[in-house]
Design a protein around this ligand. Structure first.
Ligand SMILES: NC(=O)c1ccc[n+]([C@@H]2O[C@H](COP(=O)([O-])OP(=O)(O)OC[C@H]3O[C@@H](n4cnc5c(N)ncnc54)[C@H](OP(=O)(O)O)[C@@H]3O)[C@@H](O)[C@H]2O)c1
Length: 247
């Protein structure tokens, strides 16, 4: 059975995607910043490996431990919601280190083995915010839009060596702890000049419209991994699907 390595498996989409592949008899390398053995079912096909995608030493260690990998899923990511003017540069750097440079470093670390085998799949988990700009998400959207542009160019470069490259674009998913996990990065406060605007944005958020479930993301990643005819961009979730341009 092939092996998938998934980043950010401690919760949300990554955890559900690891479950999805395990249930379908794949070998799963579920990576987590803080490894926990109790999140996924016991299985001889499961390995939990420590990995912080923003730390090059950690990447080297995880790739050594993982051994041969057929599919890389760059799922780990962090959110940041707030007024751009007062977002600390350190927060912007952390965002790009995790959401953009981390996946790039993972690809560089695994490409030599994929290239040698002349086969493999890279799946990058982006966001539907890159399809419909939303206020207070400028920095986050930029980190994912950079991922999109990088992935689309990389796909052309890797296709001749037999490696497929895909983007999965999930919509808004209130069922994962993504927003809660972003809270510690959002302590900058709202400048007075933006207060009314920000209030309006929060008042208009949410609602009863369609959302994305973790299972939608797992399904889209599965399709990217297993269906050679899958398109480069796959929407995950009804809200994201509604935003995908018709091609
Ligand atoms: N939820 C949404 O509405 C939504 C919508 C569109 C796209 N996305 C994207 O989907 C992906 C998964 O999000 P989610 O909703 O499942 O959120 P989540 O539950 O917060 O999961 C994010 C995962 O990334 C991990 N992570 C964060 N920084 C990391 C680092 N430096 N190295 C390794 N792992 C790290 C987290 O691990 P720790 O437990 O160690 O923090 C966690 O396992 C993200 O890329 C996110 O941008 C989410």
């Amino acid at each position: 059975m092939p092996t998938v390595l998934i980043t950010g498996c401690s919760s949300g989409f990554g955890l559900e995607t690891a479950r999805h592949f395990l249930e379908r008899d794949w070998n799963v390398v579920a990576t987590m910043r803080t490894p926990r053995a109790d999140l996924l079912p016991d299985s001889p096909r499961l390995r939990i490996v420590p990995l912080d995608v923003a730390d090059p030493d950690s990447i080297r260690g995880a790739v050594d431990l993982a051994g041969p990998v057929d599919v890389l899923v760059n799922n780990a990511g962090i959110g940041l919601l707030g007024v751009f003017e007062t977002t600390p540069l350190a927060a912007l750097r952390a965002l790009f280190d995790t959401n953009t440079l981390g996946p790039m470093a993972m690809v560089q670390a695994l490409l030599p083995q994929l290239r040698e085998r002349g086969a493999g799949v890279i799946v990058n988990v982006s966001s539907s915010t890159t399809l419909l700009p939303l206020p207070l998400l400028a920095a986050y959207t930029a980190s994912k839009a950079a991922m999109n542009a990088w992935t689309e160019s990389l796909a052309l470069e890797l296709q001749p060596i037999g490696v497929r490259t895909h983007l999965v674009l999930p919509g808004r998913s209130p069922e994962t702890p993504f927003s809660r996990n972003a809270q510690p990065r959002m302590q900058a406060g709202v400048p007075q000049a933006y207060a009314g605007f920000v209030e309006g944005v929060f008042a208009a958020r949410g609602g009863d419209g369609p959302v994305t479930h973790a299972a939608d993301v797992a399904q889209a990643v599965w399709r990217a991994a297993t269906d050679p005819s899958a398109p480069l961009r796959l929407a995950a979730g009804a809200d994201a699907a509604a935003l995908m341009p018709a091609v």
